[in-house]
Every structure is written in C-alpha cells, then in structure tokens.
Design a protein around this ligand. Sequence first.
Ligand SMILES: *Cc1c(COP(=O)(O)O)cnc(C)c1O
Length: 384
Amino acid sequence: MRMRCTKLIINLADLRHNFFEIKKTVGEKIKVCASVKADAYGHGAVNCAKELESCGIDFLAVATVDEGVELRKNGIKVPILVLSLCCPEEVRVAVKNNLTPLVFDEEYIDLFEQAAALENAEEFSVHLAVDSGMGRIGCMPERSGILALYISEKPHLVLGGICTHFACADSLEQTDVDYTLQQLEKFNLACMSVEKAGINPGIKHCSSSAAALNLPSANFDMIRAGLILYGYYPSQITENYLASTGRKVELKKVMTFQTEVVAVRPFKKGQSVSYGHTWTASEDTLIAVLPVGYADGLRRSFSPGIKVCINGKLYPVCGRICMDQCMVNIGKDNADVKRWDTAVIFGTCPQGTAMTADDLAALDSTISYEIMTGISKRVPRIYL
Ligand SMILES: *Cc1c(COP(=O)(O)O)cnc(C)c1O
C-alpha cells in the first residue's frame, strides 16, 4: 500500500448514505445513473462504483472509454454510459466492453454499427443525445426522429435511451429558469418526434445534480447524479432553495483531504516565509510545515485565504504554497500544535469545523468540482 501522511480519506458509508438520500428525494421509481467520471470526482472510480453497485445503482457514467474499461476490468457489471465523444480508435474498445455511447449523427452511428458488427454484438445499446441548448454535443431536437429511425435500421444497434443536458439548472435567476424550461420543452419535442416515428426512445434522462434538486418535473426515467453523491450541492443557490422549500436532502461530504504537521518551527518577528517572501512574521510565532503543495492539488491561489484545521482549530496558511509543501502560522499561544498532528485541509475535522471544497473553490473563483477533481494521483486514497 502507498504510504504518505498527505491523503484523501474517502468515507464510502457517506457515499452510500447520499445515494439513498437522493433515491428518497427523487422517488423509488426514478433510476439513478451515478457519474463516476474523472475518477469519481477524485474519490476513486473503482471503489465508488463497487459501493454504488452494491447499493443497487442502475447506471454509471464515465467521460472516456478508458474510464469505462477500468470499471469493467474491476468487475463492474451495470450499464456504463460514456458521456463524452470518443475517437474512431476507441469505438471498438467501447463495444467490446459493452459501454453505452451517446450518439447524435449518422457518421458516429455508422462507426458503432461497424464495430458492433465486427464484435458480433447483438442489440448494442446507444443513447441519442439531443442538444436542447447546452451547445456541446447532441443533435438538433428536430432531427431526433430521423436519427432514431436511422439507429433502428442498423442490424446491430438498439436505441436504449434519449437524453439532453441543461446549461444552467443550478441557477434560480428567472432568465436561467426560463432557459431551462425551454430546454425541457425542446427535449419533450425531441422525445415526441422519436415516438411519432414509431420508435421506443428507451430511457429518458436529462437531469444532473442541479436539476434533480431544483426541477423534479425533469426527472423523466432517470437522473444522472454526480456532485450530490459526493455530498456537495451544485451551488449555494440550490442549497438555499432546498432549505426554503423545506425539502430536506441531507448530504454528507464523502472526501476529507488531510495531512500531518511534519515540523513546528519557532519564528522571530521579521522572519519571512516561502518564495517571494510575501509573508513576514509581525511578532514571534510558531510555523507549522505541511508536506502538501500545488502538485497535490493545493493551488497556489488558495494562499492567502486558506485555513487548515488542527486539533479542531483553524490556522491560516502563510506565504506562497510551494509545489510540495506549505507553511501555517500557528501563533505563539497555541503550543498544543505538535509534530504529527493531523491537519485537515477540507472535509471532516473530528474536533472542529474544517473548510469545505466550496470554501476553497471560492478562493479561486471556481466550483467544488474543480477542487475535488484537481487532487492529484500522488495523493493516496484511503477508504473507510
Ligand atoms: C458530469 C455530467 C453529469 C453529472 O453532473 P453533476 O452536476 O455532477 O451531477 C450529468 N450529465 C452529464 C452529461 C455530465 O457531463
């Protein structure tokens, strides 16, 4: 096993809790597809997928064929959606591993038909992606009937589902809500035109975490949940909105990023810390050294601003965060902070309240997704 005092603690019981909490919120009848792309948002795709499979997850979703293959190699049996497009060389691998692609034009459908024929796949399932306004992948809604027909005429393919993706479901601004409702309407039209062509569209799905919470009318047959499974709300707005409606979705944060104090050093007033000597002690103090830096995902832009939780108390990182280390100002009156004490960067701190991935995201004008997926491979994942 890899050893390092800087690690991510992944609480799989919390992941399980969130899954059932979400299931309760959307209702038993709605299928759940768990997004485990980008190594399950940094949590480790194989372990999370296994846990979710044991909870009875209906589908998993990855971004790349490689990610899907990793899950299959580790014995994952549930259907796996591939949310991003792959290049021609990956198509055959996708078919061989029974990964379910999103398709939306004739050329791409042809590629999967050829690969399915070569692999002797019968009824290889593809989902039709509709661009209702996200402007990323998908067919124009009015082409969905034609494409569904095109798929149905392919001897080795079957239309397993139809889907779209919302661009601003995490916002409750009226213009954004209107936009989402327009997308919903276009998606409904797309589904109808498939049905009018006499084809069963299969599983209809469009909501990611945000819409699953904000717009229950868009759940259709399945939601695609990522972030909420890991215990975060897509935005503060969603969290506040839910609180205001009294619908309680109690999420637990699955990930804790922590390290240990590897040295505590006395500093004299006037001594400075780290590259560019941007921070200078204004009085005599103690400086703790942590073996974690931007190569681990602790971005330089977090300092100044970030505070780590040691023995239940928050202490500011001072000076620039280095590639592999950073320094924390303990002050002169906190002699309880000792070498080998745990320092929580974000997540669960036993005796106190640590920062969250949302807090860190705010320091760098980004979102929790980017913080969690940005924790590098160098950081071992430990599963509880
Ligand atoms: C990543 C992704 C999701 C999951 O999004 P969350 O906001 O994490 O719930 C759903 N659908 C698509 C198409 C995605 O790319």
